[in-house]
Ligand binder design. Structure first.
Ligand code: DAH
Length: 335
């Protein structure tokens, strides 16, 4: 052993005295007390000394190790808690930090636009629970147990009788149970399906519409939806009604709009068909009216449903739905 432990201690304290900043103190602590540090090595080498010398030197070295450790810790603590001279000075001429402004989420914005268009057409806004009874989500919409239409929806079941609603259509039933006709409502909300890819997320948003009155016809449905699409997109966006099937409407249709990108020529967005599907709709099925106790000889009605993300993707030309839910501020700021 070249240096005595006393010399090592003196040397370490001297260096600590002149250490200019936190980093150099930390470096010194490692240099002396680290795994390969000078004091640590010294302690290790004690085993090579003649046995009679070991106890005294070992005791002294251990004490010095603890002493230095305390010194380094204290010095580090002082540096961390005491403001340095430069920290003390306040530059009153510096501009303040501006608070970041928040924005309405694009999905919220589109939902509000949709609701605004329909409230101007005389529709009231209704809401319903996201954790829904099987009865409202399926049964009362003419979708009995074991009906194949249940498979289309990839339902999240909470229990046998309770589900996360797979669409906003159950709100139709809840509204009709409470109010008698005439009525016109739209119902925005979150819906859930066990599905996830480029165009599907397990949670997404729909807006449901329902109008019931005397002598309501499919022509009224066409008129309302055409007005909606023209206001949401523009007057040049034509609509196409395709026959379809939903258990709660008869007849049923799926509504396509002229592709917002290629205007019917065919492109990647519309899979070269020239058209984009945006809505499901139809005349309310008499079975649904009977379930809520409406007189089917006096009243008819139409219903429709649309996906908000789908509309938002087309309006903003975004092809990956997941972007809406990643909370990337730079993405959200654009809208
Ligand atoms: N609930 C349907 C769905 O999620 C959409 C729908 C279709 C709603 C037809 C309606 C309707 O009100 O009449 O796929």
């Amino acid at each position: 052993m070249k240096k005595s432990i006393g010399q090592i201690k003196a040397e370490a304290l001297e260096k600590l005295q002149s250490a200019p900043d936190l980093e150099s103190i930390q470096a010194l602590s490692i240099r002396y007390l680290g795994r390969k540090g000078i004091v640590t090595q010294f302690l290790r080498n004690i085993s090579k000394l003649p046995p009679q010398k070991r106890p005294d030197i070992g005791k002294e070295a251990n004490e010095i190790k603890h002493f230095l450790d305390a010194q380094f810790r204290e010095a580090i603590r002082r540096f961390e808690t005491e403001p340095s001279e430069t920290d003390d000075r306040i530059d009153v001429s510096l501009p303040g930090r501006t608070a970041q402004r928040g924005y309405l989420h694009p999905i919220t914005q589109i939902t509000l636009q949709i609701c605004d268009i329909f409230t101007r057409l005389g529709f009231d806004i209704a809401e319903g629970p996201e954790v829904e009874k099987d009865y409202y989500n399926f049964e009362a919409l003419n979708i009995p147990k074991n009906h194949p239409a249940r498979d289309m929806q990839d339902t999240f079941y909470i229990s046998d009788a309770i589900v996360l609603r797979t669409h906003t259509s159950p709100i139709q039933v809840r509204v009709m149970e409470k109010h008698s006709p005439p009525l016109r409502v739209i119902a925005p909300g979150k819906v859930y399906r066990c599905d996830s890819d480029l165009t599907h997320t397990p949670m997404f948003h729909q807006v449901e519409g329902l109008l019931v009155d005397k002598k309501v016809s499919f022509g009224d449905l066409k008129g309302i939806l055409t007005t909606f699409v023209h206001r949401m997109f523009d007057d040049q966006t034509s609509l196409r009604f395709r026959p379809s099937f939903f258990p709660f409407t008869e007849p049923s249709a799926e509504i396509d709009i002229l592709c917002v990108q290629c205007r019917g020529k065919g492109c990647r967005i519309c899979s070269h068909t020239g058209w984009l599907e945006v809505l499901g709709a139809g005349m309310v099925h008499p079975a649904v009216f009977e379930i809520v106790g409406y007189d089917t000889t006096r009243y008819t009605g139409f219903a429709f449903g649309m996906g908000v993300e789908r509309i938002a993707m087309l309006k903003y030309r975004i092809d990956d739905i997941r972007k809406y839910f990643e909370n990337n501020f730079r993405f959200l700021k654009q809208f």
